[in-house]
Design a protein around this ligand. Structure first.
Ligand code: ADP
Length: 423
């Protein structure tokens, strides 16, 4: 029997969406992640669906339109509660987009109160008296102070959010949160009588998030980083369970496509090669001069694939990358590498790869686009924040497992660990 979707999530960026989906799965929910609003119905039954948008830094009107589109689709799937997923450092400007999107969602949901908390103690983001801390620093004294797009120069989130909102913003203070669900409910009731529609919720521990989650039961909208997600599955009597991470099996070869030059990824590449893995480097300068690196990489891979996982990579040290960028230009170097690796990823899947690891955030975006992936079922975590996912696409109608890794994520043995991790 078809069950109604429990939680419908709208994430303002791609990696944040994966982070949230991963947290929900670990909390016992079967979760899907979609890339944008899909044209098709959900590919599998799920307790939660996370729609990944790119709305964090676009103009506020555009962010509202994208978010309302996602909301309509999620409501068509029967979503009982909506979760607007924001960055745990509250990335935004006085123009938005957290406030305007939250208010537009509240209007559409006919909701007159929502809690807002970016707290994520496991990731050293805590909120106390409405002030956001990154580790032991106030947000405004952390590196976020100088973010190129959303410099955060005020740690007082009540003030930050108020500047973006039509409605009045209040506080659910940590003392109320620490006292439990009843005290939180009383605080919310008091705020509502004062005409307050959005409240920053303090949370300095996972226990605080569990109490806030319980207090959010039945609320039409919650706004948070992925931390708040640890407290929601309990509202549907779900608990961390292996069943939520079980993905359909696949049958085929294994490969890694790697466009990240981060230090963590460089170490992972080195370890894979040192352990005797089959690896091929592509050279951006030769690609820029017209070499067909895609055809030659795929010909090489076809011979290697029957013997074990293959790695195709562009990763290089900072000095080498600087020299390549000087020769080609930063944007052109990046685009040439992304296009080549995305075409190689697709070619590998066409040649029978059914477990594919992609390293690099932008590289992952390019590969997912080249494969035409719109939806993914989220499975077991390989390393913190990187789960195996399952999808189907034109090149793999029988199913494909994908692991999309941000550059800095994962230990040195990540690639071997990925293939040793059952999805
Ligand atoms: P990360 O998650 O580590 O930031 P991304 O994939 O997001 O990785 O970004 C890496 C960027 O660097 C991509 O645009 C990629 O195309 C580019 N790139 C990868 N290898 C090279 C290289 N050898 N020279 C220049 N640019 C490169």
């Amino acid at each position: 029997m078809t069950q109604r979707l429990k939680l419908g999530c709208i994430a303002d960026d791609f990696t944040g969406a994966t982070d949230l989906a991963n947290t929900l799965v670990r909390g016992g929910m079967r979760a899907l992640q979609t890339i944008g609003v899909p044209a098709a119905a959900p590919l599998a039954q799920a307790d939660a669906i996370v729609v990944a948008l790119k709305s964090r830094t676009v103009p506020a009107d555009d962010a509202i339109e994208q978010s309302l589109h996602a909301l309509r689709w999620l409501r068509e799937q029967g979503a009982q509660q909506i979760y607007f997923k924001i960055c745990s450092t509250f990335d935004s400007t006085p123009q938005g987009n957290i406030g305007p999107v939250a208010e537009a969602l509240m209007d559409a949901l006919d909701s007159d109160f929502a809690i807002v908390t970016p707290a994520f103690p496991d990731n050293a983001r805590t909120v106390f008296m409405g002030h956001l801390f990154v580790g032991d620093l106030l947000l405004s004294e952390s590196g976020m102070r100088d973010h190129p797009l959303t410099p955060m120069r005020d740690a007082n989130l009540i003030r930050v959010l108020q500047a973006q909102c039509r409605h009045t913003v209040g506080l659910i203070d940590q003392r109320s949160v620490a006292h439990g669900v009843v005290a939180i409910g009383e605080r919310i009731a008091a705020l509502r009588t004062q005409g307050i529609a959005l409240a920053i919720a303090d949370a300095v521990s996972n226990d605080d998030l569990m109490r806030l989650g319980a207090a959010a039961k039945g609320m039409r909208l919650v706004v948070g980083g992925s931390g708040l997600a640890i407290g929601l599955p309990q509202n549907w009597d779900l608990i961390a369970a292996d069943a939520a991470t079980h993905l359909p099996a696949v049958d085929g070869a294994e490969a890694i496509v790697c466009g990240s030059c981060s230090q963590a990824t460089q170490r992972q590449v080195r370890r894979f090669i040192d352990d005797g893995g089959a690896a091929l480097a592509i050279d951006p300068v030769r690609i820029g001069a017209g070499e067909d690196a895609v055809t030659s990489a795929l010909a090489w891979a076809q011979l290697q694939l029957p013997h074990g996982p293959v790695l195709v990579y562009s990763s290089a040290s900072a000095d080498t990358v600087a020299a390549i960028q000087a020769a080609l230009g930063i944007a052109r170097a990046g685009a040439l590498v992304e296009q080549a690796l995305a075409a190689i990823a697709r070619g590998l899947v066409e040649r029978g790869v059914r477990r594919l690891v992609v390293a690099g955030g932008e590289t992952s975006g390019a590969c997912v686009q080249a494969l035409g992936v719109e939806q993914m079922q989220i499975g077991a975590q390989i390393d913190t924040g990187v789960p195996w996912c399952h999808t189907t696409c034109e090149a793999a109608p029988d199913g494909l497992q994908l692991a999309l890794k941000s550059g800095n994520f994962g230990g040195d043995e990540f690639f071997a660990r990925a293939f040793a991790t059952p999805a």
